[in-house]
Design a protein. Structure first.
Length: 760
């Protein structure tokens, strides 16, 4: 396959800036770069050049599993993963790393497609792609192509520094970057075969069909050609590894076993746990039954003040508000044994944030736990770099420990995560600094909040007085209130046939006061989708939809995190705040691999009221800077903050006047009658959307043309003239059992908009 002529020049300065940003701002452990010529032999449908034909480079980044999480995780059984559950937070961090680097490259003027860390696959191939469990682009192969790793016999990308103890993510770009030299085949893996010995599924000893050969610039990397269905027995499908496993494993066998035996739990892969390069490998049977990894540093007997200050600064930089350190002896006196987590533990460091107990739905729970867990993860890695043992995601009894913390006022609570370590940290007081302060003069608050949110990464920030949005309610009520729509939930577990439970809901529009009593202002925050991710969605040659699905949920994750930090900024000044992705209650959701996410119609009226854009014919917001490729979150607060002009530049709507692409692109004919609302004197005209017809595609994944067919789902359910509970029930029961919990949908109306991407 042709991949174009090799560029004779590379941008070394940009390469340096990327690596500096990755190491310093994104806190990665390894960065490598592959030129596109290294993918000459890759199947086009899972290649960087298939996704972005103009691609010249791939940036691959890795973060390291703390050694203790590997050495102590799975110590009794691979499906008792213990501290190895840090991998789930690591995937979330990798998603953030990929997305933010992609946006950084866009700011530099280049096209960039961030690739998700995991959980988006073509299980059974697609068209001429015969590979199973095929990601959009393999992180394992890219890690080898970027000079970070070589293939081990087990098929993992193993590095000289960490062996198999890291996870990867990558960004495809048209920037010509300086490639990292390749590692020599056989320079890391010594074929010790510990992975084969300890693999309980037999994936490395049974059903091996010879060796795979990965040819990159004349270097040949070999690894076992294993049956991935067998490999996924415990790790992906959670089947009990102690069951008798048939001699041949395929999709049919997996479904039969799930139906008969159910699930035991996720697996910590023994191929990862036992894989340490020979130069780093040693054994300590009194500590763990896995090989240990020699570190680069010898830990000092004492921790100096500068190190302790650096650890706290690392945590505070990520939004942590308090750090409490305790010795193992102090905690033992209270019935907390640190050595059940870590044999050489001598201290624990608890990192936390405050939050007000919510008056309504708790919209920030995920964001605040992400904040503290990832800060703890970074502290554990920082301690390990100094030679100590350290782990986050411990069994430390956080809730019991909260009762021993002083200074938590009435109406407040804390979210915490704890690092257990062999570092002798100095014990600190458990009396916490009080959150909040008396209300202050809000003058200048808009500037300060916008600066904070933009520094965190937001693209758009606007403020609307709460009364401006409340004034819309009579108009919205006339358009939306009283309309019924169907909401379905799957009662069955994953991997079981879809079992619908359907209820009827009635739309009731909301005002800011419904989210927070005494609301005075609404801060609307927008984050864009990477332009190239939108531009290339479902287009030849790769026809990938993963990057778009990734943008749908990662934009929401980052907005939640940044809004939580902005809310804490407000609360520390004596104000109250609430997060919502749908101020007026007129949006819906779209399904993505991690679950349902706010759709493109959420917060549209709040965004217009805050001066961030106007509503186009399709019913979604068009912004001057990014067209419709933005998702919005809103912070409702009782702080009276100066509002922005709502009228804005109407020129963004000029392309709407003679265009109906969005309406024509909808496969369910969901757009209905014309409607209009007046926002601060400006009339916004758009088409209403029949929620049941729209949800048929993007919420319930029943229209393959709107996403799922491109990940190999063999399902296309014709939308009936009238959607009722019986029709929806019958349609949902056709959903494939294995892929159903990781759908990739897109809004066809958005992709048809000339402001979203170039149209053919």
């Amino acid at each position: 396959m042709s991949v174009g002529c090799e560029s004779k020049t590379v941008d070394s300065a940009l390469t340096g800036r990327i690596k500096q940003y990755a190491y310093r701002s994104l806190r990665v452990d390894l960065v490598g770069i592959a030129n596109i010529q290294r993918y000459a032999n890759a199947p086009v449908r899972m290649s960087p050049q298939g996704i972005l034909p103009s691609a010249k480079s791939v940036v691959v980044m890795a973060i390291h599993h703390p050694d203790a999480a590997i050495e102590m995780g799975g110590i009794n059984h691979p499906q008792e993963i213990g501290p190895y559950r840090v991998q789930y937070w690591m995937n979330s961090r990798l998603d953030e790393i990929s997305y933010r680097l992609g946006l950084m490259l866009e700011r530099e003027g280049y096209a960039a497609v961030p690739i998700v860390s995991s959980n988006i696959w073509r299980y059974k191939g697609y068209k001429d792609l015969t590979a199973q469990f095929a990601p959009d682009v393999s992180h394992i192969h890219s890690a080898v192509a970027a000079g970070l790793a070589e293939h081990g016999y087990n098929g993992l990308a193993i590095t000289p520094e960490f062996g198999a103890r890291q996870r990867y993510v990558q960004v495809i770009t048209d920037a010509a970057l300086e490639p990292t030299p390749l590692l020599e085949p056989g320079s890391v893996c010594d074929n010790c075969m510990l992975c084969v010995e300890h693999c309980l599924s037999g994936a490395l000893s049974k059903e091996i069909d010879g060796m795979n050969v990965l040819d990159i610039e004349g270097k040949q990397y070999t690894f076992a050609n294993k049956n991935l269905w067998r490999c996924a027995w415990g790790e992906h499908f959670d089947l009990d590894l102690d069951l008798p496993i048939p001699e041949h494993v395929d999709e049919e066998v997996i479904l039969e076993q799930v139906a008969e035996h159910g699930f035991r739990g996720g697996e910590m892969g023994s191929c990862l746990r036992y894989c340490v390069p020979p130069e780093r490998r040693y054994f300590d049977a009194g500590y763990t039954n896995a090989p240990r990894r020699k570190r680069d540093a010898t830990p000092p007997e004492t921790v100096d003040r500068a190190t302790e200050d650096e650890l706290r600064a690392l945590a505070h930089d990520q939004g942590v508000e308090f750090v409490v350190a305790s010795s193992a002896e102090e905690l033992a006196a209270e019935g907390i044994d640190l050595r059940r987590d870590l044999p050489d533990a001598v201290s624990a460091m608890t990192l936390g944030v405050y939050y007000r107990r919510p008056e309504g739905p708790d919209a920030t729970a995920g964001a605040r736990q992400y904040l503290v867990e990832l800060a703890a993860f970074d502290v554990a890695r920082a301690l390990e770099r100094r030679g100590y043992s350290a782990m986050s995601c411990t069994s430390f009894p956080e809730r019991d420990f909260h009762g021993k913390l002083g200074g938590i006022p009435e109406g407040w609570a804390v979210a915490t995560a704890t690092v257990v370590s062999s570092a002798p940290l100095q014990s600190t007081s458990r009396d916490l600094p009080a959150p909040g302060a008396p209300a202050t003069d809000p003058e200048g608050a808009a500037i300060a909040l916008k600066r904070l949110l933009c520094e965190l990464g937001a693209d758009l920030v606007g403020v609307a007085p709460a009364e401006r949005i409340a004034a819309l309610q009579p108009q919205l009520s006339a358009l939306f209130d009283g309309k019924e729509h169907l909401v379905a939930r799957d009662k069955a577990q994953r991997m079981y046939p879809y079992e619908p439970e359907i209820r009827v809901e009635t739309i009731q529009t909301k005002t800011p006061e419904d989210h927070l009593q005494g609301a005075k202002s609404v801060i609307v925050v927008g984050l864009r989708f990477p332009k190239a991710s939108v531009e290339r969605t479902a287009r030849e040659p790769a026809e990938a939809v993963g990057p778009y699905a990734f943008a749908q949920y990662e934009s929401v994750n980052l907005l939640s995190l940044w809004c939580f930090r902005a809310m804490r900024w407000l609360e520390d000044r004596g104000y109250r705040a609430a997060l919502t992705f749908d101020v007026t209650g007129t949006g819906s959701v779209t399904r993505t691999p991690p679950g349902e996410q706010p759709d493109v119609f959420c917060n549209r009226f709040a965004a217009v009221a805050a001066g961030l854009g106007h509503i186009g014919k399709g019913g979604f917001v068009l912004t001057e800077q990014f067209g419709p490729n933005v998702r919005f979150a809103a912070i409702v607060t009782d702080a009276e903050i100066a509002g922005d002009e709502a009228t804005g530049d109407l020129s963004v709507l000029s392309s709407c006047a003679g265009c109906s692409r969005c309406l024509q692109a909808c496969h369910t004919a969901a757009h209905t009658e014309d409607a209009q609302v007046e926002v601060a004197g400006t009339v916004e005209r758009f088409h209403l959307v029949d929620r049941d017809r729209c949800d048929w595609a993007k919420r319930y994944s029943l229209v393959g043309e709107e996403g799922t067919k491109y990940v190999g789902w063999e399902m296309e359910v014709e939308v009936p003239e009238r959607i009722d509970a019986a029709a929806l029930d019958a349609a949902l029961r056709q959903t494939p059992a294995i892929p159903k919990h990781r759908p990739c949908n897109f809004e066809a109306c958005v992709l048809a908009c000339p402001l979203a991407r170039e149209q053919g």
